[in-house]
Design a protein. Structure first.
Length: 106
């Protein structure tokens, strides 16, 4: 939040949670296939362990925390659909651009 205040951000864009389960499942499966190609049982075991790691935190609680801190300093929250493809930085950029375009269209 301090960075948003430092740079005088007018809003923070967060991903919609709509397809989060499917996105995570696809990511886990892709990682398992890449890590252990051609060995289905190994992929299942790897995917199970990876899912445990991914689900150790609550995205909902993180969002609530960000929203409350943003409200405290007067920064609005926008939501947009997170792109599936690209690296993290490209996804963040595309999410921000999507939210900006939606704001202009409104």
């Amino acid at each position: 939040m301090a960075i948003a205040v430092t740079y005088c951000a007018g809003s923070i864009v967060l991903s919609k949670l709509g397809d989060m389960r499917e996105i995570i499942q696809s990511e886990v499966q892709a990682r398992a296939e890449k890590k252990i190609p051609g060995f289905k049982e190994g992929q299942k075991k790897y995917a199970k362990e990876y899912r445990k790691q991914v689900h150790n935190w609550s995205y909902g609680r993180l969002i609530e925390n960000i929203q409350s801190q943003a409200a405290r300093v007067g920064i609005s929250i926008e939501t947009g659909q997170q792109p599936i493809r690209g690296c993290s930085q490209e996804q963040a950029r595309d999410l921000a651009l999507f939210a900006y375009q939606c704001r202009i269209a409104s």
